[in-house]
Design a protein around this ligand. Structure first.
Ligand code: DAH
Length: 365
């Protein structure tokens, strides 16, 4: 038998295989259990020692060259397959965006981006804190001691267990605990906003068990109510994109601020709808309660590890969902969290529409 010729024929067929399947069929044909070369190897057993000595190396050489050829061809075919796939899956980055992009930005996300943009321009950083809080950060450090009625007013979701320090664990009822965490972590001076989710066991058309707030905190030397008023006015004018936003500060009470002020914003009734702008005292106008604020209570500054004789500050807290409803005209808060794609399709924002101050932070058509 001419092993060299058998080998050449096998290598030619392997070299001509165009598909991985065809190559695998050849491997079985030559080297499989019933394969022709496997068969040749079996004949060695029946040979005389002398014959085996001359023929054996030839058959082994044949098997080795076929094995090597199969491996080489397999690699070539595999890289050809990969190259074809890479060529077919090329993305042309110069193509325009699809005419009808799917998906949109939730109004809450949009408003959070707008807030970050506006306050960044005023030199505020964005701070965050945990949604699972302990009652010290959420209440005690904010001058709401154990027996304080404000604890009951907050409709708190408590966890059954305490943390390792023995503190009751809860879902934060407001973003105010981030005030404490920021002071303890970074010291003073501070200029932050702290946006995020908060939780209360309450549910109707204007209350959902989870909603969003943004907290503001400025700690520095010589801070006064004047700074608070200017900051809120500047923020609300930029947010509602109207120069005629008028604020009214009313004395109020929050345990964590002293003095405390409730901030109302003037609106006009237009076709039965409240449109922000102008003084609420004009005929056909009114005042709408918008946010809580005040000068940070000395006890809160001390709980934050700072000396209240050295540092003063102001704080405010406002509902983000409410800001979105007022600006973009939604009237049922529950729809925000229904996950209804039709609602999002109507009220959602384009992912490409990044809020910037230079053109007004709101969405453009
Ligand atoms: N934490 C208050 C709430 O959830 C809102 C608030 C009021 C925050 C006054 C403040 C503030 O920082 O000064 O009802």
């Amino acid at each position: 038998m001419d092993y060299a010729a058998t080998g050449e024929a096998a290598l030619a067929r392997i070299g001509a295989a165009q598909e991985l399947d065809a190559l695998e069929a050849l491997r079985v044909e030559f080297l499989g259990k019933q394969g022709s070369i496997s068969g040749l190897l079996k004949t060695l057993g029946g040979m005389s020692p002398e014959e085996r000595q001359t023929v054996g190396p030839q058959i082994h050489a044949l098997r080795e060259s076929v094995t090597a050829a199969l491996a080489e061809r397999k690699e070539a075919l595999e890289s050809a397959v990969l190259n074809a796939r890479l060529a077919a899956e090329t993305v042309d980055l110069t193509l325009p965006a699809p005419a009808a992009p799917r998906g949109s930005i939730h109004p809450v996300s949009q408003v959070l981006d707008e807030l970050a943009e506006i306050f960044a321009d005023l030199g505020f950083a964005v701070a965050t804190g945990p949604e699972i809080e302990d009652d010290w950060h959420n209440f005690t450090a904010l001058n709401i001691p154990e027996s304080h009625p404000a604890r009951a007013m907050h409709d708190t979701f408590y966890f059954p267990d305490c943390d390792t320090a023995g503190r009751k664990m809860l879902l934060r009822t407001h973003t105010s605990p981030v005030q404490i965490r920021s002071m303890l972590q970074h010291g003073a001076p501070i200029r932050i906003i702290a946006p995020g989710r908060v939780y209360r066991s309450d549910s109707d058309a204007t209350h959902t068990p989870m909603f969003h707030q943004v907290e503001g905190l400025v700690i520095d030397k010589g801070i006064t109510l004047g700074h608070l008023k200017w900051t809120l006015e500047t923020f609300l004018k930029a947010f509602f994109e109207r120069e005629d936003i008028v604020l009214r500060l009313r004395p109020s009470y929050f345990p964590f601020t002293e003095p405390s002020v409730e901030v109302d914003v003037g609106f006009a009734l237009v076709n039965g709808k409240r449109v922000l702008g102008g003084s609420g005292d004009e005929p056909g106008h009114g005042w709408m309660e918008l946010l809580g604020s005040g000068m940070v209570n000395r006890k809160v500054i001390a709980a934050g590890g700072l000396d209240p004789d050295e540092w003063q500050g102001f704080a405010f807290g406002v509902g983000v969902d409410r800001l979105a409803m007022l600006k973009y005209g939604m009237d049922d808060l529950r729809a925000f969290f229904d996950g209804d794609a039709r609602w999002l399709g109507h009220y959602g924002f384009s992912a490409l529409d990044v809020p910037t101050l230079s053109v007004g932070v709101g969405a453009r058509a």
